[in-house]
Design a protein around this ligand. Sequence first.
Ligand code: ATP
Ligand code: MG
Length: 362
Amino acid sequence: MIIKNLQLKNFRNYREVKFEYFDGINVISGENAQGKTNSAEAIFYLCTGYSPRATRDKQVIFYGEEKAVINAEAVSRFGKVDVEMSFFTDKNKEIKVNGVPVRKIGELLGNLNSVFFNPGELKLVQESPEDRRRFMDISLSQLSRNYFYALQKYKKILVQRNNLLKDPDREMILETLPIWDAQFVEVGAKIIAERNKFLEKLAPFARSAHSFITADREELDVSGDYKYVGSEEEIAMQLSEEVKEKREKDIELGYTTVGPHRDDIKIKTNGIDVRVYGSQGQQRTAALSLKLAETEIFKDRFGEAPVLILDDAMSELDSSRRERLIERVKNIQTIITCTEPEVIPGYEKYNNIRICDGKIKN
Ligand SMILES: Nc1ncnc2c1ncn2[C@@H]1O[C@H](COP(=O)(O)OP(=O)(O)OP(=O)(O)O)[C@@H](O)[C@H]1O
Ligand SMILES: [Mg+2]
């Protein structure tokens, strides 16, 4: 998939601008606070329906304005795709795909695909399991709408189950819980099965990307908890057993202690936990390798690469890692932001866009 251009109107610090992207590497440079991340954010929005910055939709509208519009024209395996998103101060955002209104995010997913890295993504290898689940969820939701719907359903059931567990009426809990648990297990097993498959595929891709970038100096191991294994049905049986086992404990604690909302991913370089012992450059390389592996999964599934967005990915990487990273991504459409284009090896060969105060300079 190739994004041809991106138009922004009253989006963040942009009044009106059109970016034209090339097939290979696109270097977006500019000083701090000029709008580089904002433009990357817009692409991610058009792919997934939400911001990678965990902001509220309305915050993207240019201060004091009432409406912002972002639009991208792309070419995918389905032909031309045009996605438009309008944000309003007084109502929810509106989305159109090829001019046709889309009512649910689920229907937007899969039209444009992206893999997004920015320094915030380092949380992936540094912080809580929640960030690693989010990584899987964003990726899997773009890969399969059914996953996205299952995840939405699971979150709803989990909230309701937790509310029930806090009820003072113990008799009622014991009567009602089995009904909730049947649904909980069914949807939970679907999510676990998909995540297992995802991680099994991701691991060898991540290992290969990481060896490449580090010139074989480091080996990356990625694995899931794999507490529940086998087919979806088998996972459902195992999960169901554990849910039953933990019922008493759950009631006592007032929340659900088993299920895919407790999953984690283990990430090791050269056998050591990169989260605890990794250097900054190592952590960044590991996070990038996971993202590169994600692009491979998209290629595998759809027969075409997603657009890879590397927002401020180069700092902390030594020149060898930077060179090898560029070497690795040059054949897929990549949008790289940086303050100085010189940090991108061979930048002269690529599409260079300079941004200053929400405007394109060249
Ligand atoms: N809703 C908005 N309306 C107008 N300006 C906004 C809005 N939201 C954010 N901005 C401005 O956008 C600028 C930040 O842009 P952005 O995060 O894209 O910078 P950047 O070029 O990526 O900088 P850095 O190199 O520091 O990462 C800030 O100056 C901020 O005030
Ligand atoms: Mg930025």
